[in-house]
Design a protein around this ligand. Structure first.
Ligand SMILES: C[S@@+](CC[C@H](N)C(=O)[O-])C[C@H]1O[C@@H](n2cnc3c(N)ncnc32)[C@H](O)[C@@H]1O
Ligand SMILES: [Zn+2]
Length: 261
């Protein structure tokens, strides 16, 4: 795992630039926090990554939601790989989304909701010289992703944050994508606007998730849920080349568009 340079980060609350704060101390060890001089929020890195949610920030809808997410975090890879069998296999399913990214050497790539970091593995096998970054809302996912990055010897900067309120400065990334959670976001429009805000002008943005066909399969385990509608109507009108396509043998959709140059 890589330490993200402070010149990429900003306060997710007020978008102010952050200052480093040294909290070295006998009982805490060496902890370098980031502090926002504008709104005075502090974000520490005691778990080895900057945490922009702190203890209060995790938005579980209920204790049932917390339980389901925590179990899912533990069994994520085998369960996902099993579900991807319906879509033609995990590797094919990831390729169907990730091959749409424009991956030039040296590009700064951000994934919102990176989970175990499996897309970083795909990216490092299919392109060279990328600078990889990711955010996830769950501590378990952060820990699992760091472990995988160490195991795979992949360098990527990851932070804990909400995809609907990113801790990155405007125009920081050449490639921004999301795979697999936006259907359940509370504010999908804000998540899309945030992806746009942190993209450089002319960035090709890719967003994929399950369709209603997959949703109906999940409902067998999770009970009835809201009907899934791909959030293509939430992409702002000033974006270019907006498209919506069905993938994964009908179990997934992918939205693509370009930010104006
Ligand atoms: C289905 S997993 C997909 C993981 C990864 N993108 C992949 O393709 O394997 C969804 C991930 O999104 C994360 N997530 C859910 N809501 C989020 C939010 N509001 N902000 C950031 N991450 C979120 C979850 O913790 C989980 O790791
Ligand atoms: Zn602030």
């Amino acid at each position: 795992m890589e330490n993200i340079a402070n010149n990429l980060l900003c306060c997710p609350e007020c978008l102010g630039y952050l200052m480093k704060e040294d909290h070295s101390g006998a009982e805490r060890g060496k902890i370098e926090a980031l502090k926002c001089p504008s709104c005075l929020k502090e974000y520490d890195n005691s778990d080895g990554y900057y945490d922009f949610l702190n203890e209060n920030g995790l938005l579980f809808r209920s204790s049932r939601d917390r339980f389901i997410r925590s179990v899912y975090a533990k069994v994520y890879t085998p369960v996902t790989n099993f579900m991807f069998l319906f879509c033609g296999g995990a590797s094919k399913a990831r390729t169907e989304v990730l091959s749409r990214l424009v991956l030039n050497r040296g590009a700064a790539v951000l994934e919102t909701g990176m989970g175990y970091g499996e897309n970083f593995l795909w990216l490092s096998r299919h392109a060279e010289g990328l600078k990889l970054y990711g955010v996830d809302i769950q501590k378990e996912m952060m820990a699992n992703c760091s472990r995988n990055l160490d195991r795979w010897k992949i360098s990527a900067g990851i932070v804990r944050s909400n995809a609907q309120s990113l801790p990155f400065r405007d125009g920081s990334f050449d490639v921004v994508f999301h795979l697999g959670a936006i259907n359940l976001f509370e504010d999908r429009k804000k998540a899309i606007e945030e992806m746009i805000r942190v993209s450089r002008p002319g960035t090709h943005i890719v967003i994929a998730d399950e369709t209603e066909k997959a949703g109906r399969l999940f409902n067998v385990f999770t009970g009835p849920a809201e009907k899934i509608t791909p959030p293509v109507d939430l992409v702002p009108d000033n974006m270019l080349n907006i498209s919506l396509e069905t993938i994964w043998r009908g179990y997934g959709y992918v939205i693509e568009f370009d930010t104006p140059a």
